[in-house]
Design a protein around this ligand. Structure first.
Ligand code: DAH
Length: 333
């Protein structure tokens, strides 16, 4: 075999064997075999002595190139081995036999989902959705709702005042007034949204929570309509077997007033009532204050706690879970 053939043979064989080298010791053995002082490259160089003088420069150059090429290939292989097998796999391209991975995408929060569901149920009963500001004036939060200046509900300790006449609304009843100011009767609206009260946070209280307000004003609206509406709503949201109970109560903006409860059960099967919110027939003073003829029109109103509903429906013991961002909790809905 001529020296030139020998050089090419060594190159092919060495690079072929190098591909199969997977670990440091094998790499060292490969180095000794090809680049060591008794290695194949050295042997090829020694054969330079035998070749005719005029071929020496070209063959000497070829032998040097072989040595440099093998040294460079060895260094590259050493880096691959040091980086570990993953690099090799990635270097090989994408493994199309791996199962596909669906990215984890988000979804609407359970409160948002519930607001949509509530709006849908009331829409079937003819209610449209109205909204109002969360930063509210005391006229809409109190005065127009027949809550006089000396009323304890206006206590600065029980409200988030921004200045003497402006506050974060403490109830969605404000929207009743805003809608009636801009609409001639009949009106039939609900208004879901956030309300704020400086309550100490615990399992059943939060400084911010959600209510859904309802208002229906027309001729001949009665308490029977109110009870039917709320009973039907509860059966649609909680299920047809749920019982509702109306307890006499007092709110300055309704007369008569009631609190609406739904039936709930302990693990041992015994029943109890959970308060969902307040309701009643709109007080004539409220209708008069917005310029409605209270001799001709009557109406009912209600305000229900949305977190309460969610907690009852999904057996959530602590309201704080709804306002945390624990993915393990939120993912369930
Ligand atoms: N706004 C009341 C509250 O936050 C709830 C309420 C009671 C709303 C009676 C009403 C109503 O519309 O008629 O406690």
């Amino acid at each position: 075999m001529s020296l030139r053939e020998d050089i090419e043979e060594i190159r092919t064989q060495a690079l072929g064997e190098l591909e199969a080298v997977e670990a440091g010791e094998a790499l060292e053995a490969w180095r000794v075999k090809y680049l060591g002082s008794n290695g194949a490259v050295k042997a090829a160089m020694q054969r330079l002595k035998e070749v005719p003088k005029e071929q020496k420069p070209a063959l000497g150059k070829a032998a040097n190139e072989l040595k440099n090429a093998l040294a460079a290939a060895m260094q590259a292989r050493a880096r691959q081995i040091a980086a570990g097998p993953a690099t090799k796999a990635a270097g090989d391209g994408i493994d199309i036999t791996l199962p596909g991975q669906r990215p984890r995408i988000g979804h609407t929060h359970i409160i948002t989902q519930t607001v949509s569901e509530i709006c849908e149920i009331f829409a079937r009963m003819g209610f449209t959705v109205a909204t109002g500001p969360e930063v509210e004036d005391e006229d809409h939060n109190f005065n127009a709702l027949n809550i006089p200046p000396e009323h304890p509900a206006r206590d600065p300790l029980d409200n988030f005042y921004i200045d003497a006449h402006t506050m974060l609304r403490s109830q969605t009843s404000t929207v009743q007034i805003r809608v009636m100011e801009n609409t001639t009767p009949p009106v039939r609206i609900i208004s879901p949204g956030r309300v704020y009260r400086p309550d100490t946070v615990d399992a059943t209280h939060s400084f911010m929570f959600h209510q859904v307000e309802g208002l229906y004003v027309d001729e001949h609206v009665t308490m029977a309509d109110l009870k039917t509406c709320l009973d039907q709503f509860c059966k649609a949201y909680f299920g047809p077997e749920v019982a509702t109970c109306f307890r006499p109560s007092f709110f300055p903006f309704t007369e008569p007033s009631a609190e609406v409860d739904i039936e709930s059960h302990r693990p041992d099967g015994t029943g109890y009532w959970i308060e969902l919110g307040g309701c009643g027939m709109v007080d004539p003073n409220v209708l008069d204050a917005v310029g409605y003829d209270s001799e001709r029109y009557t109406g009912y109103a209600f305000g229900l706690g949305i977190e309460r509903m969610i907690q009852r429906k999904h057996a959530i013991p602590d309201i704080r879970l709804l306002f945390g961002s624990d993915i393990r909790f939120l993912h369930q809905f």
